[in-house]
Design a protein around this ligand. Structure first.
Ligand SMILES: [Fe+2]
Ligand SMILES: [Fe+2]
Length: 195
């Protein structure tokens, strides 16, 4: 069975995704439509009835994925603005914004809820986080820079990309992830001891 299907139709899901996502007004109408289709496809292929039911991670299932995604987009846009103002970095919103909004696109397909806890789906034993999202983005026709950055963004990926967007995503994601972990009483990445 295919792990996901591309869904360009579900109008009620499109509306909910458009209302949820921060940053859609920063990209072109065509990019906005592709970003919404990507999230609608992940949601429609997942076991979740609502966006609010999707967990950020099995370690912190009470933090909603929908909050984390907007946390990362806002933090990433702030960091990119800082880098452009202070260091002369060139920011292309048509590359940065989809990477920020879509970096965790595959989580609804990889995590499953069991009552108050969450665990991993069968698909999570077949492909790593980031790679499934990248496959979906490739199928949807996103640029290689978006596909490759999402594919390699996970903290346990073998390496991260060299692009400016990969650098911004790394710090925005960890900053936001640590907030989510601390909000759930978990040890954040920045305080983990080396063993
Ligand atoms: Fe991630
Ligand atoms: Fe993330």
């Amino acid at each position: 069975m295919e792990p996901y299907t591309i869904d360009r139709s579900s109008n009620w899901r499109r509306e909910a995704v458009e209302q949820w996502l921060f940053g859609l007004d920063l990209v072109s109408p065509a990019m906005r439509a592709d970003i919404v289709t990507a999230w609608v496809s992940s949601w429609a292929s997942s076991p979740y009835e609502t966006l609010a039911g999707m967990p950020f991670t099995p370690d912190a299932p009470d933090y909603p994925l929908m909050s984390h995604v907007n946390d990362v987009t806002r933090a990433g846009i702030d960091l990119a603005h800082r880098a452009a103002t202070d260091w002369g970095a060139t920011v292309d919103p048509e590359v940065l914004v989809p990477i920020l909004i879509l970096h965790d696109l595959d989580k609804p397909l990889l995590y499953v809820r069991n009552g108050d806890t969450a665990g991993y789906s069968k698909l999570a034993e077949e492909l790593p986080h980031g790679v499934v999202g990248a496959m979906m983005l490739k199928e949807l026709g996103f640029a290689h820079s978006v596909v490759s950055t999402v594919a390699t963004h996970a903290t346990n990926a073998p390496f991260h990309g060299r692009g400016f967007e990969a650098y911004v995503l790394y710090y925005a994601d960890l900053f936001a992830a640590d907030h989510a972990l601390m909000a759930c009483g978990k040890v954040p990445f920045y305080r983990r001891r080396k063993s």
